[in-house]
Design a protein around this ligand. Structure first.
Ligand code: BGC
Length: 907
């Protein structure tokens, strides 16, 4: 009977699947899949529609939330059937949530074709500690003095868990970095926790499901602390202890037993402290691990801790504590050395073939006291010797001392390195590449974009952009991962944001970082140069501080989430306010600026070839742009008063620009590529003068033999401006340029990441000045945005942000026969790929359900276009909506389409 029932239930499910034309999948809560530890009291739900039909739009949804996986009836909250096409970020609106509890939710949808989906598979989220009083743990620090070498302290605590555990959750944070173990097993797979925020104002804790680690009977928790960003040397002039001189731990383990009773194990003075094998650990300088000092079994029950010293309770604040929404740093790709070789200087070096960020896991067998030192480098110098000068003061060295008891495995814990090459000293025995595994570490954001083309150099450029992102997205967006810097430079982050948004799901990562931008903004409204700010009261540089307006706006475009604008609005306004306060009649010509950082310049410049753009001209352009973005945000948020005020101000800013920096004929006074690019991109010139300015830009590019001369600020917009003014051919010739300065020059020189400078390595293999020469700096990777949005041509519409309304407008390039990209929007997969073949242009397109698209087919009239080998027929899913020079415009619903049209490759 039971079997029969099961069978009929299974049949019912499979039948409902068979008839279901629309399904719901990819459920996320606050953009995360089944997150543990959200402190949001109204978390927001998103889902994707899946259908094998074209032109699918959601017309209604129904959500229900319950406290177990089988949500009975309406659960604890139901939205009821809501007529809406919204499938992203719908807030929970039920009764208040309880701390540390798991909630389950399901959704079903109705579509425009009369279909109803089955209820989705339930997703869940677990709440964090919602009230400060939920924290029963105390801050503790080691009970001994650590003024000397700052050996990493260990903390331990034993406890008995009397009954069968239903759920165990650990809440952990630290001053410094932490690694926790329960019964000898690592808690979670996150590294460099608790991540980096403006600690004095915002300190994140992580929440772990440790049900599988806690056992009935005796248990032990062990935690190691490292200096981390909290008190390592950071920035320059030997400055350390940016947030304090202590390291400290806050940990709470909440256990619920199957009988419903609970138990908490919390950090307090009953914990004991000692030291272990990590003798030294610094972000820039590396780590020393002495396995002889390992306390074997220290995080398991029954370990003899008689000599350990009671931990000290500290009164540090808990008011700054926050749950974590950004994806933690995790281990990703692993690499074995491609080559093991001896340099002319006789040093033993491993080559991993990829400039990556993370560390090397080493296996070794030797005598007690044998010491291995690994040093890291990005490049080898001209003569084939190991080169670390460009790391400046960062030692980037890990030292491992063997215990001498068979094979031992080492890796660092609270530091990382940026490297392609590793020098090995003191290794006992011969080097077997299998014993040296490099591991890439970076924030665990979902990969969202892939790009391919017929040009292998461009594909390598994309690869380099991607590895620039991986290496520099370690909890905060950094400038570089290897030298004594690794800081959240605001300018770098803003120029690269849009590109990054194609490659990874960067929404939560930047949401967190933008909160730090606001938290660290100076009282004047100036934004510090780096966030989290460890440089003191410096800030206000044009193009750097504008991160305050640019990233929120671009995030809104990429993800369609208004919350980022609401959240950042005061910060955006304060930044614009700062520029106003520094201006005289809206002309901002004061203060220190980085300008068009690292633009093309030549030594002994007698002919005036260096592309120097007046820093105040740049400042005026960004002043206008930020004001425009503030107006945009105010418009979205319905703040009409601000729209009016800032629109008047913007007109005056542009007027001041024209008077000060343009000639009556519309040339810019600097007459550089960057000056035209910014003036055009930000609409600084009157309509009538724009095309001639674009012509001047092109003339300038030609004067440099089809080379760019732009630095950090001009480069991101260069190709966009060229395309906008009808010069896509010139944009392509810059993109495909192989000699310096260009994007492909480093590729030709063997780069595997984006370089800080156009000529980090010269054609004769000598280097730029070591004081500023990173080989992993993502700023110039900003061209990735043009490759996705213009070359392949996928973009969101301004009136349907977050890809609710999509534009597909490919730009077919010279010498390239195909290019395509796939991008996982929050609605689902969007892709476009064009190919020129046998006198035909093929265009394959996929548009996610619950979105619509405008597709521009490069053709002269609709009659020339076939779709799936048939002439175009206007219907619900596809309508011809007119022509534009060179394109036929179609309106399309979701689905997969294959277009083809005649193509004359010579045109
Ligand atoms: C960093 C940059 C940063 C710049 C500002 C450098 O040291 O590496 O990328 O934007 O300083 O001038």
């Amino acid at each position: 009977m039971k079997r029969l029932l099961l069978l009929s239930a299974a049949m019912e499910i499979s039948m409902s699947m068979a008839v279901a034309q629309v399904q719901v999948q990819q459920l996320t809560t606050e953009n995360l899949t089944n997150p543990i530890g959200l402190d949001n009291t109204q978390p927001r739900f998103s889902w994707q529609l899946q259908s094998n039909k074209r032109n699918v739009l959601q017309t209604a949804y129904e959500i229900k939330v319950g406290t177990d996986a089988k949500i009975k009836g309406n659960g604890i909250w139901t939205s009821g059937k809501v007529s809406s096409d919204q499938s992203l970020l719908i807030p929970y609106n039920g009764s208040s949530l309880t701390s540390g509890k798991r909630y389950y939710w399901q959704v079903r949808v109705w579509d425009n074709q009369g279909n109803t989906s089955p209820w989705s598979t339930p997703a869940y989220w677990q709440t964090a500690l919602l009230q400060p009083t939920d924290w029963k743990a105390s801050w503790i620090t080691q009970g001994f003095d650590d003024n000397g070498p700052r050996v990493s302290p260990l903390f331990r605590k034993e406890f008995t868990s009397g009954k069968k555990v239903s759920r165990a959750t650990a809440y952990i944070t630290a001053h410094g970095m932490y690694e926790a173990q329960i019964n000898g097993k690592r808690v979670g797979d996150a590294y460099l926790t608790p991540g980096w925020t403006s600690y004095n104002k915002r300190l994140q804790y992580q929440v772990y499901d440790v049900t599988g680690l806690v056992q009935q009977g005796n248990n032990a928790i062990g935690v190691t602390l490292g200096n981390g960003w909290y008190r390592s040397y950071l920035a320059w002039s030997n400055s350390k202890d940016h947030y304090g001189t202590d390291v400290a731990l806050l940990l709470q383990l909440d256990i619920t037993y199957t009988d419903g009773t609970t138990q908490s194990v919390v950090s307090d003075e009953s914990w004991k402290s000692s030291t272990g094998s990590i003798r030294y650990s610094e972000v820039y300088h590396g780590e020393t691990v002495d396995a002889r000092l390992d306390k074997k079994g220290w995080s398991t029950a029954g370990f003899n801790d008689r000599d350990w010293i009671p931990a000290r309770k500290e009164n540090y604040t808990k008011s700054t504590l926050l749950a974590t929404y950004n994806e933690p740093v995790k281990k990703h790709e692993t690499f074995k050395p491609l080559r093991v070789f001896k340099t002319p200087q006789g040093e033993q070096v491993l080559d991993y073939g990829q400039n990556l960020v993370g560390w090397v896991v080493v296996k070794a067998s030797g005598k007690s006291g044998d010491s291995i030192t690994l040093s890291h480098a990005e490049v080898m110098e001209k003569n084939g010797n190991f080169y670390t000068e460009n790391l400046r003061a960062a030692k980037a060295e890990n030292t491992y001392v063997l215990k001498g008891e068979g094979e031992e495995t080492f890796e660092p814990h609270f530091t990382w390195q940026g490297f392609r090459y590793v020098r090995v000293k003191g290794y006992p025995g011969t080097i077997n590449p299998d014993n040296f595994t490099a591991v890439a570490l970076y924030s665990d954001m979902k990969p969202t974009g892939t790009f391919t083309s017929s040009n292998p150099l461009l594909n390598q450029l994309q690869h380099n952009i991607e590895w620039g992102l991986k290496g520099n997205f370690l909890d905060v967006p950094t400038d570089c991962p290897q030298r004594d810097e690794r800081l959240g430079w605001t300018g770098d982050a803003q120029v690269f944001f849009r590109t990054a948004s194609f490659l990874r799901g960067v929404g939560n990562f930047f949401d967190k970082w933008m909160k730090d931008v606001a938290a660290d903004q100076l009282p004047t409204g100036a934004v510090p140069h780096v966030i989290p700010n460890v440089l003191g009261k410096q800030g206000g540089s044009a193009g750097w501080s504008d991160v305050a307006t640019i990233i929120p706006w671009e995030m809104y475009l990429a993800y369609g989430d208004k919350k980022i604008l609401e959240q950042q609005y005061p910060s955006m306004k304060a930044w614009v306010g700062y520029m106003s306060s520094q201006s005289t009649e809206q002309l901002w010509n004061k203060g220190g600026h980085f300008g068009d950082w690292l633009f093309y310049s030549v030594n002994d410049d007698r002919d005036g070839h260096s592309a120097i753009t007046n820093k105040y001209l740049i400042a005026q352009c960004f002043y206008a742009y930020s004001t425009q973005l503030l107006i945009n945000a105010a418009t979205v948020l319905g703040n009409t008063q601000d729209v009016a005020t800032y629109t008047t101000q913007l007109n005056n800013i542009k007027e001041a620009f024209r008077k000060e920096y343009t000639t009556p004929n519309g040339a810019t006074t600097s007459n550089t590529q960057t000056s035209y690019v910014l003036a055009l991109q930000f609409d600084m010139l009157p309509e009538a003068q724009r095309q001639q300015a674009a012509d001047r830009l092109v003339k300038n590019i030609k004067q440099y033999g089809n080379h760019l001369t732009t630095g950090f600020l001009g480069t991101p917009y260069l190709c966009h401006v060229l395309s906008r003014f009808g010069y896509t051919d010139i944009a392509y010739s810059l993109l495909l340029q192989e000699t310096y300065p260009s994007w492909l020059y480093p590729v030709k020189m063997g780069a595997t990441t984006i370089w800080e400078r156009w000529d980090g390595m010269k054609p004769d293999s000598t280097f730029q000045t070591p004081s500023m020469n990173s080989f992993n700096h993502y700023a110039y990777g900003a061209i990735g945005d043009w490759m996705y949005r213009v070359m392949v041509g996928i973009d969101t519409d301004d009136d349907g942000v977050g890809y609710k309304k999509i534009t597909i407008k490919p730009h077919i390039g010279q010498k390239i026969t195909n290019a395509g990209a796939a991008y996982d929007t929050r609605y689902g997969k969007l892709s476009s790929a064009w190919k020129v073949e046998n006198g035909k242009l093929l265009l394959d397109v996929e548009i996610p359900a619950n979105t619509t698209a405008t597709i521009y087919i490069p053709a002269n009239n609709a009659g020339d276009i076939l779709e799936s080998d048939r002439p175009l027929v206007s219907g619900n899913e596809l309508q011809v909506a007119g022509t534009e020079p060179g394109y036929v415009k179609l309106k399309a619903g979701s689905g997969i389409y294959r277009f083809s049209t005649k193509w004359d490759s010579k045109k």
